[in-house]
Design a protein around this ligand. Structure first.
Ligand SMILES: [Zn+2]
Length: 159
């Protein structure tokens, strides 16, 4: 299994490529600078904090959550390593849904304690899409690198 540091290096190098693609898309008028900013923020968040290896009791992503890392203990207990959490479609969905659930609980607790009214949300579809792409891409890269590494290990063992 590639180390968390290897995954991070690959994802950082490719972020440069994605930003270049984003600039080209902005130049063509397909996306605004706010869309690129949403993508980069979501990509960095996902790369650092939503790794598929959160299915391990101890991973770099798990440690980066700092004092909140205990929030991922139930996730690691529920998902076996390199199973559903490493599925290209369902893996990221489980983590995005889990973070969304945590954020919702946090918001409800905050609203209950502060006795404030719930804020009105108005989501722009283009920003939602670029954010989702930013959340998904590092996960897909991680899963692809894990898969390529497994293929390489099998290939080498046959030599
Ligand atoms: Zn992995």
């Amino acid at each position: 299994m590639p180390s968390g540091r290897t995954h991070l290096r690959i994802e950082i190098v490719l972020l440069g490529l994605w930003i270049g693609v984003g600039v080209l898309c902005a130049w063509q008028g397909w996306v605004g600078t706010d869309g690129i900013a949403a993508f980069v923020a979501a990509y960095a968040f996902s790369m650092l904090l939503l790794s598929p290896d959160l299915d391990l009791a101890m991973s770099d992503s798990y440690r980066r959550w700092g004092p909140l890392r205990w929030l991922w203990v139930p996730y690691a207990a529920a998902f076996r390593h390199r199973r559903v959490s490493h599925h290209p479609l369902f893996g990221p969905i489980t983590r995005i849904a889990y973070v969304g659930l945590l954020a919702l609980v946090g918001l409800l607790v905050y609203l209950g304690v502060s006795r404030r009214a719930a804020p009105e949300l108005s989501l722009r579809p283009d920003l939602v899409i670029t954010t989702l792409i930013g959340l998904y891409l590092p996960n897909l890269l991680h899963i692809a690198v894990d898969g390529l590494q497994s293929i390489w290990v099998r290939f080498r063992s046959r030599l």
